[in-house]
Design a protein around this ligand. Structure first.
Ligand code: NCD
Length: 359
């Protein structure tokens, strides 16, 4: 039986006041960094990055160093025992006994949840496949507070790969919890937002529209959240090429955008925003990346101080039923207990949120 820690797997596992507390702390850290320079003295953060990363990994490391703590970890699984075939369970078990907090990025959906089951310290999800990315969302929320002054009454356009973009999924789920936010979902037919995220918007009474044209939508937005087409999540290069370059934000399109609209992007940018847009004062994606350090400082400090834990798996196992999402961690790490929540014939995998039909 694993111990119970304050893991961060999905922001929606926590109440909104918890998010707001971290955002407020992030704001204070931004303005008074010296106050926090040794709050994590003697603590160790491990970063287990099974997928490429620049900002997330380095902003976590910078955050821990700025809090006075130390870092260990890998960013290239081929140079660790993972390459020899070590399971996620064993890596997590051992590294969590070396560290006080574990930050994990993995190509399989539900991997952070799986890691939390055996970890001897808190686990933070730094991106699990095309599923969720809660710390990017905390970054986005801090950016909105700092730059728009609010997290409610916003018309947010999300553009690009809404199907595979984990930052989009986490952000929609979070912003739908604040009053009067509306979403304009700008994507091609094949890259629409997954049904389980749209259901969250509906349950939270959030208006949303799905449109094809960025040109038509841009004039009504408070925030435009551009995303990269997630090449690595496509089954074939042909399918990726068919989607690539559908949406490109350029200076001409910015002419139709409101003067106070802001442009965000989790980065890395490939070709979906032309370089000339960088000089537009509404382009805030580099500032957004900087806010990522303050919010991660706030998160690490909060999690390391917390005494209260979260429950691990709360769903049910059904004899002979496995998750139908091939990218779910339970389909590659077979020792993991399957777990489904909900009632009726359709249940949800507790690791990756995939809907599964009970036969
Ligand atoms: C994003 C990610 O990894 O999901 N990047 C990030 O963490 N800042 C977005 C992306 O890779 O497109």
């Amino acid at each position: 039986m694993s111990k119970s820690f304050q893991h961060l797997i999905d922001l929606n596992d926590y109440p909104i006041p918890w998010w707001n507390k971290i955002i407020k702390l992030g704001h204070d850290i931004k303005n008074n960094p010296h106050k926090y320079s040794d709050v994590c003295k003697g603590k160790i953060m491990a970063t287990l990055f099974y997928e490429p990363s620049t900002r997330t990994q380095m902003s976590f490391q910078t955050a821990m160093i700025r809090l006075g703590g130390n870092i260990i970890g890998f960013d290239n699984p081929t140079s660790s025992s993972v390459f020899k075939g070590e399971s996620l369970k064993d890596t997590t078990k051992v590294i969590s006994s070396y560290s006080d907090v574990l930050v994990i990025r993995h190509p399989s959906e539900g991997a952070a949840k799986a890691a939390s089951l055996t970890s001897d310290c808190p686990v933070i999800n730094a991106g699990d496949g095309g599923h969720l990315h809660p710390t990017q969302t905390l970054t986005d929320l801090l950016t909105l507070v700092e730059e728009k002054g609010r997290l409610h009454n916003l018309v947010v356009g999300l553009c690009g790969d809404l199907k595979n973009g984990r930052t989009v999924h986490s952000l929609c789920k979070a912003l739908s919890c604040y009053p009067n936010n509306q979403f304009v979902l700008i994507s091609t037919e094949d890259l629409k937002l997954p049904a389980y995220v749209k259901d969250v918007l509906t349950v939270n009474n959030c208006k949303f529209t799905e449109v094809l044209s960025l040109d038509e939508a841009i004039s009504e937005l408070d925030v435009l959240y551009m995303t990269r087409i997630q090449k690595e999540r496509f089954p074939s290069i042909e399918e990726y090429l068919a989607e690539k370059n559908t949406y490109i934000l350029d200076r001409k399109k910015m002419l139709n955008a409101p003067r106070d609209m802001i442009v965000l992007h989790p980065l890395p940018r490939v070709e979906e925003i032309t370089v000339e847009v960088d000089d537009d004062e509404r382009a805030l994606y580099f500032k957004q990346a900087e806010y990522g350090v303050y919010i991660r400082m706030a998160l690490i400090d909060t999690i390391l101080k917390s005494k209260k834990g979260l429950q691990n798996l709360v769903g049910q196992t059904y004899l002979g039923v496995s998750c139908s999402n091939q990218r779910c961690i339970t389909n590659s790490e077979h020792y993991l207990p399957k777990s489904f929540s909900g009632i009726g014939d359709i249940v949800e995998c507790e690791y990756c949120d995939e809907r599964v039909l009970l036969k």
